[in-house]
Design a protein around this ligand. Structure first.
Ligand code: HAM
Length: 431
C-alpha cells in the first residue's frame, strides 16, 4: 500500500521548505503576512475572518451561477444533516454575508473597511502557481461609491507589493460600466458575436448565452479571431460611469501609480460593475495574475443587504512568493537571532534550564538539547538549527560564575559573568 500523501493540488508549508518552491517555506509566509497586516493597518482596514465553508447558495448567488468558479471549480459536499456546503472559492461573498448578517452595513452608506488573509479552494488543474488550496490577502471597502475608494484599494495593493520588494509589475485597468451600461454592452456584444457563433471555441459558444463578456478575455485563438472588430465597452458607458473611470485614472496618475487601460479585461466574476483591475507580474509564467479586484455596487443587495456600494481586491500569496523568488528578492525576516545553550554535565544542564527560562522571559529566543550528548554533538545541532550564538556552561563556568559566549558565525568567544549575560545578549540581538 502506498503511503498517504497530501491531497492533489495542495502542499505543506514547512519550517525548512524547499527554497526553490518558496510557497513551502513557513518563514516566507510569516514575512508577507506581517507586511500585509502592516499595510492594511496603515490604510485603516481591520481584520475579518469568516468560515472556510459556507452554504453553497451563497457562492451561486454571490460569485455567480455562470462563472467558471461556480460551474466547475467548487468543492461542494453535503454535511451529515443534509445541507449543501461549499469550501470558499473566493473571499468576497463570505465577507458580504457576514457584514449583512451582523448588521455592519445597517444604514445605507455606513462605512466598513476590512481585510483578510485566508485560504480558498478551487478545483482547477494544478500547476505552478495554481493550486486546489491557495491563499489570498484581500480587502473589501463598503459604503463609498466614489472613485476615491477604488483608488485607495489599488494604492494599498501596489504599496503591499512595493513593501514586499516585488518588481516588474503591470497594472491593467478597465471599466465594465454600471449595471445598465454593462447590460447594454452585453447585448451589443451578443448581437455582434451571434452571427460568428460557429467560429467561437466550444467554451465560448456556451458563454455566448451565459456570460458573453468572458469571451473578451479568452486566450483561445478562435475566440481572438472571432471577436476582431467587436464593439468596445467604452462606447456603451453611461456618463456617470465615464466620469467615474476618468477620475480613477486621474487619481492613480496623481498618486504616481502607472497603469494601462485594457478594454479586454473583464475578470471572471459576475458581480463587478464599473472599475476592474488586475496586476500582472514578471517571473510567474502562465499563471501571471498576482491579484485583481474591482467594484461591486450591487452585490450587497444581491445577498439580502440594503443597497451598499463595495470595492476590493484579492491577491494570490503563492504567486507573490513565486514572483519574489523568480526575481531574486530576499524577504525581510523578522525573527531575532537564536541562542543555543550547551551543557557539559548534569549540573550545567540544570543551570542552563534556569538560564533558558530567563532568556525567554527577556524575549531572547533560546533552545538547548537536554539529552546529555557530547559538546561536539550539541554544537553541531546548534549549527543545524541555525543558532547565531552558543553559550557553554560546564564545571569551570559553574565555579567561576562565568559563561562562555560564542558567536557561531565569526567563532569569536568571550567569557562573560553569568549575572551580565542577559543584558549582554539583549544588546546584541537588538542591534
Ligand atoms: P480572483 O481574480 O478570482 O479574484 O483571485 C484573486 C487572485 O487569487 C488571483 O489573481 C490569483 O493571484 C489568486 N488565485 C486565484 N485562483 C488561484 C489558484 N487556483 N491558485 C493560486 N492562486 C490563485 C477574487 O477572488 C476576488 N474575490 C477578488 C476581489 C475581492 N474582488 C473584489 N474584492
Amino acid at each position: 500500500m502506498s503511503k498517504i500523501q497530501a491531497p492533489k493540488g495542495t502542499y505543506d508549508i514547512l519550517p525548512d521548505g524547499n527554497p526553490k518552491d518558496p510557497w513551502t517555506v513557513s518563514a516566507n509566509w510569516q514575512a508577507i503576512e506581517r507586511i500585509a497586516r502592516e499595510v492594511a493597518a496603515l490604510y485603516h482596514f481591520r481584520e475579518i475572518r469568516t468560515p472556510i465553508y459556507e452554504y453553497t447558495d451563497l457562492f451561486h448567488r454571490g460569485t455567480g451561477e455562470t462563472t467558471d468558479i461556480v460551474r466547475r471549480e467548487t468543492f461542494t459536499f453535503t454535511d451529515r444533516g443534509g445541507d449543501s456546503l461549499t469550501l470558499r472559492p473566493e473571499g468576497t461573498p463570505g465577507v458580504v454575508r457576514a457584514a449583512v448578517q451582523h448588521n455592519l452595513l445597517a444604514d445605507q452608506g455606513s462605512r466598513l473597511k476590512v481585510f483578510y488573509i485566508a485560504p480558498n479552494f478551487r478545483y482547477e488543474r494544478p500547476q505552478r502557481g495554481r493550486y486546489h488550496q491557495h491563499h489570498q490577502f484581500g480587502v473589501e471597502a463598503f459604503g463609498i461609491a466614489q472613485p476615491e475608494q477604488d483608488a485607495e484599494c489599488i494604492t494599498l495593493q501596489m504599496d503591499f507589493y512595493r513593501r514586499c520588494g516585488v518588481k516588474d509589475l503591470s497594472l491593467r485597468l478597465n471599466t465594465l460600466g454600471d449595471a445598465e451600461s454593462k447590460k447594454r454592452y452585453r447585448d451589443a456584444l451578443v448581437q455582434f458575436l451571434e452571427p460568428r457563433k460557429s467560429q467561437l471555441s466550444e467554451d465560448s459558444q456556451r458563454r455566448l448565452t451565459e456570460n458573453p463578456l468572458r469571451i473578451l478575455d479568452s486566450k483561445d485563438e478562435k475566440d481572438v479571431k472571432a471577436r476582431e472588430g467587436a464593439p468596445a465597452a467604452q462606447e456603451y458607458l453611461s456618463e456617470a460611469s465615464q466620469t467615474h473611470f476618468a477620475r480613477v485614472q486621474e487619481l492613480l496618475t496623481q498618486g504616481s501609480i502607472p497603469f494601462v487601460v485594457d478594454s479586454t479585461l473583464v475578470r471572471g466574476l459576475d458581480y463587478y460593475t464599473n472599475t476592474v483591475w488586475e496586476v500582472i507580474a514578471g517571473g510567474l509564467g502562465a499563471q501571471n495574475s498576482m491579484g485583481g479586484g474591482g467594484r461591486y455596487d450591487n452585490l450587497v443587495e444581491t445577498l439580502d443587504g440594503k443597497p451598499t456600494p463595495g470595492v476590493g481586491f484579492g491577491s494570490g500569496l503563492e504567486r507573490l512568493l513565486i514572483a519574489l523568488e523568480a526575481q531574486g528578492v530576499d524577504l525581510p525576516k523578522s525573527s531575532p537571532p537564536l541562542v543555543w545553550l550547551i551543557s557539559l554535565g548534569d549540573a550545567a544542564r540544570d543551570a542552563n534550564l534556569k538560564l533558558i527560562q530567563e532568556l525567554r522571559q527577556h524575549n531572547i529566543p533560546a533552545d538547548m538539547d537536554p539529552t546529555g550528548r557530547s559538546a561536539k554533538a550539541q554544537f553541531k545541532l546548534a549549527d543545524r538549527e541555525g543558532a547565531a550564538y552558543a553559550i557553554t556552561v560546564g564545571e569551570t563556568e559553574l565555579s567561576s560564575g562565568n559563561v562562555v559566549l560564542k558567536n557561531l558565525k565569526t567563532t569569536e568567544q568571550t567569557a562573560i559573568a553569568r549575572s551580565e549575560i542577559v543584558a549582554h545578549l539583549q544588546s546584541l540581538v537588538t542591534k
